[in-house]
Design a protein around this ligand. Structure first.
Ligand SMILES: Cc1cc2nc3c(=O)[nH]c(=O)nc-3n(C[C@H](O)[C@H](O)[C@H](O)COP(=O)(O)OP(=O)(O)OC[C@H]3O[C@@H](n4cnc5c(N)ncnc54)[C@H](O)[C@@H]3O)c2cc1C
Length: 365
């Protein structure tokens, strides 16, 4: 049986970014993905500059289809009474990118650099064997020296490794859909209503995506895209009569906690490594930054046995990046859950754009 250096489970953004990095650094890498490429997913689809920088270094950014992406310059908060706050991102801003377009670019780059991508291949279980890992799939076993679990929020591998922890706090969910509408603003808009937020992201010259985030119990009755949209009359008016460009797609619960990211010959990356919430739109950037860091240190780590101890620099890097994300996400969640506090804060930010931008620069830099 062929023995790979690295087997990556999950061909989402995190898994493909790790695989591109390790392959570019000379490791023989296979990605096992249960769906067919390009994989779609419920996502607000805003890619911030740290994520764009990684995609640039990996040679993915130039492959992004202009039909499937659209630049934006900052964030605009919109409240129930119409009051707004606008802040510009630092540098070149950010990119709204349709997930299938991003997946196509990542897959294309992965194949070009020599990643072996096995689609429609679900990993059913794994075990350690001598100095490697054996993964069981319906198509037979796969052997590798290192297993990278990039298997998303629910991460069966995180659970199987005994790294799963119970998250604290309310359970939050997401639901998104796209419409064939020309973007009306160079900002990503975040509309607030009690218990629900709507993320409006331009992802093409004639495509705008709307992603709702809400807390368990905040929405009475059956949750549907139309019922959530009806809570935002300004948005409902914008999309009235517009042709849908995708079917509604949901995800959640969002918060996930792992005890640690590493074990012998094993690492968690992307949402599988831990997730707080989508409220700041940082998930993909966090995934890309950590994926690149893991991919860069794996050649040396494998040469030294890839024990948990040897993989510690990856855990340290994750902690550093995650702490900042967790802080900004926690702060914004705290405001979103307290409309009485959020309303005057957003009004203040609206009057002091320099302060809003300073906060945004702190988050995005
Ligand atoms: C509503 C919502 C809005 C969001 N908005 C934003 C945003 O605006 N900006 C942003 O940056 N992030 C956003 N995020 C977060 C972002 O979507 C995630 O952080 C990102 O998708 C993480 O990528 P990943 O590769 O870790 O996981 P995923 O994209 O979930 O990929 C995991 C892959 O693993 C595969 N898989 C799972 N189990 C197996 C198995 N056993 N065998 C084989 N394959 C398997 C799955 O099929 C999947 O393709 C949002 C998320 C949600 C839910």
């Amino acid at each position: 049986m062929k023995r790979y250096d690295v087997a990556v489970v999950g061909g989402g953004p995190a898994g493909l970014a790790v695989a591109i990095t390790t392959t570019m650094r000379g490791l023989n890498t296979v990605v096992l993905e249960r769906s067919s490429a390009p994989v779609d997913k419920a996502c607000g689809e805003g890619l911030l500059s740290p994520g764009m920088a990684v995609l640039e270094r990996l040679g993915v950014l130039p492959l992004l289809d202009a039909q499937g992406s659209y630049p934006f310059v900052g964030v605009r908060y919109v409240q129930e009474d119409g009051s707004t706050a606008e802040g510009l991102f630092p540098g070149r801003g950010a990119l709204g990118v349709r997930r299938v377009a991003l997946a196509s670019a990542l897959v294309s780059r992965a194949r070009t650099v020599g990643v072996e991508l096995r689609e429609r291949t679900q990993v059913l279980s794994h075990r350690r064997s001598g100095d490697g890992m054996v993964l069981q799939t319906a198509e037979g076993p796969v052997e590798a020296s290192m297993l990278v679990a990039a298997d998303g929020l629910a991460s069966p591998l995180r659970r199987a490794e005994g790294l799963e922890m119970e998250p604290v706090g309310p359970r939050r969910f997401g639901l998104r859909r796209h419409f064939q509408v020309a973007p009306w603003t160079p900002y990503v808009e975040i509309h607030f209503a009690p218990g629900v937020e709507a993320y409006v992201t331009p992802t093409g010259v004639k495509r705008v995506g709307v992603a709702f985030l809400w807390e368990d119990g905040a929405v009475e009755g059956r949750v549907s895209f139309d019922a959530l949209l009806a809570r935002f009359p300004r948005l409902a008016e914008r999309f009235a009569g517009a042709a849908p460009d995708s079917q509604p797609r949901g995800a959640g619960p969002l918060a996930r906690v792992a005890r640690t990211r590493i074990a012998d010959r094993f690492a968690l990356v992307g949402d599988a490594a831990g997730y707080v919430d989508a409220i700041t739109g940082e998930g993909m950037s966090l995934a890309f930054v950590c994926a690149e860091s893991l991919g860069n240190l794996l050649p040396d780590a494998l040469a030294r046995g890839a024990s948990q101890e040897v993989l510690l620099p990856y855990e340290a890097c994750f902690q550093r990046v995650f702490r900042k994300y967790s802080w900004s996400t926690g702060a914004l969640l705290m405001l979103a859950r307290r409309p009485w506090l959020r309303r005057p804060v957003v009004r203040l930010l609206g009057k002091t754009p320099w302060l809003f931008e300073r906060i945004l620069h702190g988050i995005v830099a």
